[in-house]
Design a protein around this ligand. Structure first.
Ligand code: ZN
Length: 413
């Protein structure tokens, strides 16, 4: 039965009909002629849903393609003045049924509506827990406390451990796997476990070992200063996977890591002008060379500290070797920028944490956020160092994390 709009406004007294003892009594009414207010439980807070959004999200066969979970509404003729004209609630199915001013009819499950609540707290919870976990920035002195360790074998065999590893990586930007076999296929198997490897100029898997006449600064046994990889890519590889196969016995060869978001926070707090400049002035990052006979010349222009629309750090770019000699800024910006950058780099060095991985360790960290480096080492036949690396992308990792979360926590977003 369709209830006229005038009656629809007082549906809150609607009785539960044929719904069994445990069905919840729901009520719904039209508010401001354009929205729908749903009262999920007798004592629950009413939830308001804009009519235009509901009409846009109708899931009938004409409006929605079920198997691809995609909207197929004809948006060329979509009426933005659409109005709900009457409502009905179905207690048994726990649904709200809407009749629209374009004579169309839609039904919405209460659970579906609650998961899409426009209440700010509910939206924040969804963004923090399902969209992307909230990051927790850390100082170098907190490294031991925040660095999570996982068994490589368990990550490969158990979905729950895979999820914990990816979650730690998302929150802290770093996590260590232990006990991996000492073969060159580990990074690929791990990347395949998540999704697929990210290919770059330097291939899919890459080997970090001292090479005479190296094409990349990393392939030397010299100290490798703190940096982010491939700042010269618009679509920068997200996560480094570094598998330690052989570690040098010489005193050097330690990894250095620092949370670039934390360093940016320090700068924002203590040196706001430097922070403002490094997040505004656009730098040319570049890489010129050849790999496997293919010449390349990469350039991407971006600030050192990249911010989102809300002013939060989304990406840090830092590389001494991969900063172009072309500096396309006004003359008067040059010296102040160098001073601000020097301050950022000194803060990063002071806050970095050094540690040495052992054979079988797989170090994974967020290349969009952390700076990494390596202390110099004595590379000789008696003391070699052999690291196999690869990259993963956040799109692939977050997608995997959401799928795992839905499966393992019965969350149905
Ligand atoms: Zn429809």
């Amino acid at each position: 039965m369709w209830v006229p709009r005038s009656l629809g406004r007082s549906l809150s007294q609607l009785k539960s009909i044929g719904s069994g003892p445990f069905a919840r009594q729901i009520s719904a009414k039209i508010v401001n002629e354009s929205s729908i207010e749903v009262q999920p439980e007798a004592d629950g807070k009413p939830l308001v849903f804009p009519g235009i959004w509901l009409r846009d999200n109708c899931m009938c066969e004409d409006c929605f393609h079920g198997s691809s979970k995609s909207r197929k509404l004809d948006w060329d003729s979509f009426d933005t003045r659409i109005r709900p004209v009457s409502l009905r609630t179905d207690e048994q199915c726990q649904e709200v049924l809407v009749k629209w001013s374009d004579a169309h009819e839609s039904r919405f499950a209460l659970r579906w509506l609650k998961e899409r609540s426009f209440e700010p707290d509910a939206q924040q919870k969804y963004l923090r827990e399902f969209y992307r976990p909230t990051t927790r920035n850390w100082a170098g002195s907190e490294f031991q406390e925040i660095a999570r360790h996982f068994s490589y074998e368990e990550v490969m065999a158990q979905d729950s451990v895979l999820m914990q590893w990816l979650q730690a990586l998302a929150v802290y930007g770093v996590a260590l796997l232990r006990g991996a076999p000492l073969d060159e296929g580990v990074v690929r198997r791990l990347a395949d476990r998540v999704g697929f490897i990210r290919r770059t100029t330097y291939g899919e898997e890459f080997v970090v070992q001292a090479k005479p006449g190296a094409q990349n600064f990393a392939y030397l046994s010299l100290p490798l200063p703190l940096h982010t990889d491939l700042p010269y890519y618009e679509y920068k590889p997200s996560v480094n996977i570094l598998h330690c196969v052989v570690q040098t016995d010489s005193p050097g060869g330690s990894n250095m890591l620092v949370d670039g978001f934390h360093v940016a926070d320090l700068l924002r707090r203590d040196h706001p002008e430097d922070f403002e400049r490094l997040s505004r002035v656009v730098i040319d990052w570049n890489d010129i060379g050849s790999e496997d006979g293919r010449e390349f010349h990469n350039i991407w222009r971006a600030p050192v500290i990249c911010l989102d629309a809300e002013g939060r750090c989304t990406r840090i770019n830092h590389s001494v070797p991969q900063r172009d000699s072309h500096f396309n800024v006004p003359l008067e910006e040059v010296l102040p920028w160098y001073e601000s950058y020097a301050r950022f780099v000194r803060l990063a060095i002071a806050d970095s944490h050094a540690f040495k991985t052992r054979p079988g360790d797989v170090l994974t960290f967020n290349n969009i956020r952390l700076l990494h480096g390596r202390t110099g080492y004595d590379d000789s036949k008696a003391s070699p160092r052999y690291i196999v690396g690869a990259y993963l992308d956040w799109d692939i990792i977050y997608s995997r994390l959401r799928v795992l979360r839905k499966r393992l926590t019965a969350s149905c977003q």
